[in-house]
Design a protein around this ligand. Structure first.
Ligand code: URA
Ligand code: SF4
Length: 202
């Protein structure tokens, strides 16, 4: 894949970035998905949360974290005392990757090549927002920002640093909590990590 670089504006803010995202052809995913889903939130946010990719609902609505994982994230953010409107929410990959099963579109984890191709959008968002803390939601976001060696399940809730020195912390993806057989426990652990994130803010 050529990667997103040639579509990412060299200057400008979140609005300009969002406008440019709509025409990205940095990997194959734009051909199948409904639309690219941009990050959302104030450019002044102190915390950026990075998910995996839009889901089916996000792909239809064009907004991030508005489906089942988003509802769970909203609930967990509220419990952790974090205002959704005060954080910047985005994804490692901006187009929905899926497999067709009859009429249904089933989420498929993005390939490494797609994660790498889409990274320039995320890098640009982080350069614009300059957060004090990046919260990494799940293995795909961790792969994008910390590389292959990092295991979210082992290191969740720990303070870590991105290669550029930005403070970060990883936790699980909210959809893993949605699907959990031990929902109560896993929801509480997720909220605990989000509280840790708040405590890591300077
Ligand atoms: N899962 C994500 O990682 N991001 C979304 O926007 C929705 C579901
Ligand atoms: Fe561009 Fe990312 Fe969409 Fe691929 S997934 S086409 S790199 S926006």
């Amino acid at each position: 894949f050529p990667g997103a670089s040639e579509w990412v504006p060299a200057t400008g803010g979140v609005k300009k970035l969002t406008a440019a995202l709509a025409s990205c052809q940095g990997c194959d995913l734009y051909q199948y998905a409904g639309q690219a889903v941009p990050g959302e939130g104030p450019a002044s946010a102190r915390m950026v949360l990075v998910g995996e990719q839009p889901g089916d609902v996000e792909d239809h609505e064009g907004r991030t974290f508005v489906g089942p994982a988003g509802r769970l994230l909203d609930k967990a953010l509220a419990e952790a005392g974090i205002e959704r409107s005060e954080v910047y929410l985005t994804n490692a990959v901006k187009h929905f990757r899926f497999e067709r099963q009859g009429k249904r579109r089933i989420h498929k984890t993005p390939a490494v090549g797609q994660i790498v191709a889409c990274k320039p959008w995320l890098v640009s968002e982080l350069e614009i927002v300059k957060p004090s803390l990046v919260v990494i939601l799940g293995a795909v976001a961790a792969r994008a920002l910390l590389g292959t060696g990092f295991k979210v399940t082992v290191r969740r809730g720990e303070p870590v640093e991105l290669p550029d020195g930005t403070a970060a912390m990883a936790t699980v993806h909210p959809s893993s909590v949605v699907r959990s057989r031990e929902y109560r426990r896993d929801f509480e652990l997720f909220v605990r990590d989000l509280r840790t994130a708040v405590s890591l803010l300077p």
